[in-house]
Design a binder for this molecule. Sequence first.
Ligand code: Q9C
Ligand code: ZN
Length: 667
Amino acid sequence: MKMGTALVYDEEMTKYKLLWVDPACKIEVPERLTVSHEALVKAGLADRCVAVPVREATDADILLVHSEEYLEAVKKTPYMTLEDLKEFTLQYGDVYFHPNIYHCAKLAAGAALQLVDSVVTGKVRNGMALVRPPGHHSMRSAANGFCVFNNVAIAAQYAKQKYGMKRVLIVDWDVHHGQGVQSCFEDDPNVLYFSWHRYEHQRFWPQLRDSDYDCVGKEKGAGFNINVPWNKVGMKNGDYLSVFCHVLLPIAYEFSPDLVLVCAGFDSAIGDPEGEMCASPDIFAHLTHLLMNLAGGKVCAVLEGGYNLTSLHQSVCQTVQTLLGDPAPRPADLDGPCTSALESLHCVRSAHRQYWSCLKHAAELPSSEISTKCIKLEEEEEEKQQHQKKEEEEKEAWPEPLKRLTPPVRTAVVLPDGVVCPDGCERFSPSEDLNILNKVRENFLKGPDDSDALTTLSSLTALVEKMEKNEICNGLALVRDVSTARMCVVQHAATAHRNRVLMVCVGDAVVPSPGTDDGKTLLVQFSNTESEEQKGKFHIPVCLKKGCSDVSGFTLAVLGLLLPLGYEYDPSLVLLVRTPGSGLCDAAWQQLTGLLQGLAQGHTLVLMQEGEKACVGPTASSLLGVAAPSLGKLPAPLPEDVQALERLRHRLQADWKLLQTTAPETA
Ligand code: Q9C
Ligand code: ZN
């Protein structure tokens, strides 16, 4: 059952460089690779990966994407003189050639293919390829933007052809638009391409009209190309997460890929001279985590850009460590999205409304807003310069991501005697701490001789304490009375004053809300019961027409409501409570459990009622970090549900900035 993470790397790919003076290309250096790899070794991450060798992509592989003429032309470069190479280079944009680059480009594409082979055949669960040259800018018949062959595009075609993959998702989080990938799959409905990129109303390289949000794909592929243009620099963690929650993830879950490929460029991180963005390296832990429950966990990340060597290696480590299954760190200082990001978000959602049912019944937008793009350019320019001065100071330094301390125990379980402990979990022994026993006896016992309840509740309390001390990552308990157990845990957790508990309740039974007004608990409750109006900022009932039995509606609520709330609230503990009769299928429950582990450093405690024995296995496997099974191509959610969720989000937006999807001024 234990499955690894592949690391595909070969030093050979450091053996080419720029041989003449070209300011546009001087940032693409061999050290990008050596520094990234050394950081993985130093952090002990390389050792934990399965080393997969590279290979040269064959002509047939390369011809999956490129023209014969172009391949033949590149083939001649190893024999060219310096002068010939310079001249050859001139016909393309922002790229250089070297006698060894053809060899490296074959290895880079081949590395992506080796990664796909290892993941698709199940040798490993997921993986990353550290490659040079990058790929996503190269076109069918042209090198471009440091790229020679389109590594990820070739890998996607290969996965379709060799393994019959029906649907491939490509997530391009590099700060540049992968126009080569876009043009390769523009009319292909089997490959969903998502890219965010610095755009600045078409003033930023490669300055293409086709990189804008309204470029959605052609013919049968209409709707399968998603562009999120960043029209300002300085985008932060909140901007990135908000696009994931409100655009990429809902669409990706509806699409239901068999395989996820990532154009993993890290020039979108803070400190990068090309991107000039302000997202911290640990955001990549979250972006990675959020993709890891798609396609049964088959995620292949292939390096693209990233030119600040420090920010690059930190981001690479965050990505690989997350692929390995270590819980992501709590995302620091999450702001709501900025106005410019909200404008982009709004435009993309509008442009895709007609193609995706998760967006279809979202609030209609004033049509006048959709085409207004190039307004106030001069004003903006000024503003930008001021803004940049400020950012430049900030950009010089950012804190190094903290070492992730992995608790010795991943999953502890509190189960009645008759229930077997699932593989890989540790049975939690009852607490003998007198303090705890007394507290539980005083506050929660109904009768003086309810020793079963005393044992369970004090075990839970002790378990929470160990999670706080990071001795245990997560836990699962089958209890007779979830209601009391829930109160007990919340009350205990709230005694440490810096703690916040996110309590997620799934099921149709009405749960009384324990004190949720001091902000120490945020309660989100999914049910089909139209409950009284929301009770303030910290108690959020989510009512779905068919409760949790409608997987589409439920998924949408989790992605577009629960995740942003959770990220903004930033709990130290997630308490996931499942009441009987929730109607939720195992796969959707596992998705929920898996996704929530991105919060609170993975500290999730699941409470289930005794009768739900059958659910222990699936829950444990999610807590252990096994990818949730795919939900399949999701049918359209009920229009009422989409509208209800939109209304709810709208109402909560003033309190929770990550729920916004439209800019305040333009609404
Ligand atoms: N300011 C990748 O990130 N433009 N390619 C350089 C210099 C070219 C980036 C302009 C950027 C290419 C894979
Ligand atoms: Zn880039």
